[in-house]
Design a protein around this ligand. Sequence first.
Ligand code: FDP
Length: 283
Amino acid sequence: MSDVNAIDAVVDAVASTAPDIRDGLVGRRVYESGANPSGERQLAADVYADELLEERLLEIDSVAGYASEERESVVRDEGSYCVAADPLDGSSNLKSNNTMGTLFGVYDESLPASGENLLASGFVLYGPITTMVLARGGTVTESVIDADGSRTVVTEELTLPDEPTVYGFGGRVPQWHDEFAAYVEEVESELKLRYGGAMIGDVNQVLTYGGIFGYPGLRDHPDGKLRSLFEGHPIAHIVETAGGASSNGRRSLLTVAPDRLHERTPLFVGSEEYINRLEAALK
Ligand code: FDP
């Protein structure tokens, strides 16, 4: 199978699974007894979304591996491409009935891999409307996903607006390092706060209005909270393809090759000007 056909098959599988994940949220707001490999409590909805994606993605002949934030190791099969997914990013928002989503990246390399091995990446947003934002072939598109999993493109070439408007930063303020806190003070005087507690929802605000989203390294957690492979790579790929920039505080998240599947990273994405100023501030 060619790259194009393999990517098509993965994107179709994620899109057709999205309505099932969405419908399955009702009644799955309860916590399971276990934790994910990062030590976070899992909701029944996290496990359900992960199992559906594993089953549907490994049905595709060319998919050789499936890795997810919700499972310890890569599930392997025959084939040439690997998919890494965060089945329900921001799932703690399920309790308060706020936005969350599904993130995925298609790699031409076994996992964990560098962001430079990404062929395509995307996310589904379970907002008032179910949408998919997809980066492939140098373009980002936004589609609406209908109840039967079919897609209708609503934005052909999504790019960050020239005039940045919003910002959102995670982590408790007393845990921020001084240089980062000083940078945020500047940003606060220029942009409006938007922080909803699901990276996907918050980054989609940045894609829509321009600005910056970040989850920094903290005093008690130097690598922050978010994962390089499951969150960092796909979101960096989407934002960079849309004309923005990404950083781990020093360089593009796409140039990072994590040694471990569940490795965490400070994560910043958004308008280039704000990412450049952030890197200068953290030097
Ligand atoms: P969640 O724990 O709900 O899955 O993936 C981690 C994540 O959400 C991100 O989506 C979100 O940006 C971040 O954690 C929120 O963390 P805080 O609760 O520390 O703000």
